[in-house]
Design a binder for this molecule. Sequence first.
Ligand code: NAP
Length: 336
Amino acid sequence: MTLKIGVIGTGAIGQEHIARLHGKIAGSAVVAVNDINSDNARAVADRLCPGAAVHASGEELIRSPDVDAVLVTSWGPSHEEFVLASIAAGKPVFCEKPLATTAQACRRIVEAEIAGGRALVQVGFMRRYDAGYRMLKQVVASGGIGDPLMLHCAHRNPTVPAHYVGDMGITDTFIHEIDVLRWLVDDDYVSAQVIQGRRSRHAGEGLDDPYLVVLKTRGGVVIDTEIFVNCQFGYDIQCQIVGEDGTASLPEPATVPMRKGAFAGQPLMMDWKLRFIDSYDVELAEWVEATAAGRVTGPTAWDGYFAAVTSDACVEAKRTGQIVPITTMDRPDFYR
Ligand code: NAP
């Protein structure tokens, strides 16, 4: 059976996901698209999924009887409306991160999903599908290094565009760590602190860069992450877990070791898209399989909500310099 998917938002990641779902991943086809710019939607459909219907609105696409499941890849502020409409229509929905742009909006989605009585929502936190993180998770879960005590992490980008300003280091960048590190240690956060580093001369106007985020979990694990988005030298994601009996680290992506001109070493990737390209494939292949079986196996609406609350606390911690508590609603039984 083929899962017939409608995609809302045919921009950068929307096009990449359409190419995956229409041709690359078995058991799925993109049968409908929508974008606020309908000429763009038509051009993308003609190029990537010929014959797909182009709908005048996201709501119309969601209501279409030809659409079994919905993929939301429009810009963040529109996510809530499309996810809620999908839940109301009883259709499974994969929503790119963020689930919604405020914790309150994420909570409304959680409550709507619970009221509907069926798990339908998955959030696009793709790091959970990266082979390296999965191996690391297996080591931790099997007790290979004893209980985790501390994590030392880094999220470094070579540069960021001029429109990357304000708190995007948290809301756009660190949001991936927020989800994947919580999943790795299987523990919820209780507080956040942000410590500013000396400002890099490469930091653009309106941007603090670099800084350190320190999260503490309910079980007492301390997680420090360096956010440095103008590091110049590469797209560099680090994660070392210090356990009671040893340490375990995220494997480096495979690149070719070289010796040349009195230098021995390995090149670093410069493009974040290439670093996690395989994880997007695995993420959507597993989503299609689980959706066809009527299940949600990936990051849930609850995970999207928890990430939003944590992100808000980090932004406040950055603004105030204080240790900010992370307080959520009680986890509903629906998500246990
Ligand atoms: P993008 O290139 O700007 O694409 C978004 C598309 O949605 C644009 O074509 C935009 O049209 C359209 N759109 C905006 N509002 C809409 C609405 N109400 N109804 C229908 N279409 C609408 O952005 P992107 O880079 O693809 O990012 C899209 C989402 O994916 C964001 O939430 C982003 O955070 C997320 N993302 C996640 C990852 C990841 O690693 N998981 C990576 C990249 C992006 P206009 O351009 O005309 O406004």
